[in-house]
Design a protein around this ligand. Structure first.
Ligand SMILES: Cc1ncc(C[n+]2csc(CCOP(=O)(O)OP(=O)(O)O)c2C)c(N)n1
Ligand SMILES: [Mg+2]
Length: 262
């Protein structure tokens, strides 16, 4: 399970890139919630850069601008049941680090409904005790719907600005997320979803809704979007063909015979 990608931290000579000028992505990891401890470490680094004077010198200028960096993490609703998620959320609240946690809640972990895995079927309700209240510091907690782009833009803008400035962690619980093809292209969600749910998902498909949002707000035009869609399909089809061709070449070269690498 090695299909996880990261951005480069080093140039071709092996020297550090200026990470403060880049959007840096740390590689994901396959065990669900396995990314959480590293997310905490990245957020904690910002805190140290801001508060530890020994780090405030030219040697470290490629890594941080006074701890203004936010560590963004994402996780599915079912994966929030893992211990690492809870340990990370607690530690982020205790340490008060700039960690922005987005939970994409599509209501399912593969085919299992959240009623079997999340208390009260809501991670934001479950975590409401983690919220900042009065002089007790915890998390900022926001909820929004995955297809409601204007609200997403405003809650993310507000939440991230606050998180960056004050080093307070923030939870975005994003509900109403859809699974366009079930958990993966190998699944079939018709087997575990009602007709009503499937119809609702068609109407609230986040990709279709984003298209509507772009057009309604004059961000782009129908013609431009059609062109992008056409080129994207072409790109995917060509990539698929190249991958198949490479596979057949590899098969011919393989010592294992025709079935060896399947
Ligand atoms: C520790 C662990 N257990 C089981 C799996 C198999 N697995 C992969 S994705 C998944 C469900 C994830 O559901 P959710 O977190 O809701 O994310 P979604 O795919 O719905 O976005 C499971 C059980 C895994 N990758 N790691
Ligand atoms: Mg899910």
């Amino acid at each position: 399970m090695n299909g996880h990608f990261a951005t480069k931290l080093l140039d071709e000579k092996g020297d550090w890139l200026n990470l403060t000028q880049l959007k840096n992505s740390s590689a994901d990891i396959s065990p669900t919630a396995g990314q959480m401890p590293r997310l905490l470490g990245l957020a904690y680094a910002s805190k140290l850069y801001r508060n530890n004077n020994d780090l405030n010198n030219v040697d470290f200028s490629k890594f941080s601008i006074n701890g203004n960096e936010v560590a963004f993490g994402t996780i599915g609703d079912a994966s929030t049941s893992e211990g690492l998620f809870w340990e990370t959320m607690n530690a982020a609240g205790v340490l008060q680090v700039p960690l922005a946690m987005s939970v994409w809640d599509d209501g399912y972990g593969i085919s299992v409904s959240k009623k079997y895995q999340t208390i009260k079927q809501s991670i934001s309700e479950a975590l409401s005790g983690f919220a900042t209240t009065g002089d007790k510091e915890g998390f900022l907690i926001y909820t929004a719907k995955g297809w409601d782009y204007p609200t997403l833009c405003s809650v993310y803008k507000e939440g991230i600005n606050f998180c960056r400035k004050n080093h307070m962690p923030v939870l975005f619980h994003i509900t109403d997320v859809t699974q366009p093809q079930g958990h993966s292209t190998s699944g079939s969600h018709e087997r575990y979803k009602s007709k009503e749910r499937l119809d609702w998902e068609n109407d609230h498909d986040c990709i279709a809704k984003m298209r509507e949002f772009i057009l309604e707000n004059g961000i782009s035009t129908e013609d431009v979007l059609q062109q992008i869609e056409k080129e994207a399909k072409q790109h995917v089809n060509e990539s698929k063909k190249r991958a198949w061709d490479d596979l057949h070449i590899d098969k011919q070269r393989s010592n294992f015979g025709s079935g060896g690498i399947e």
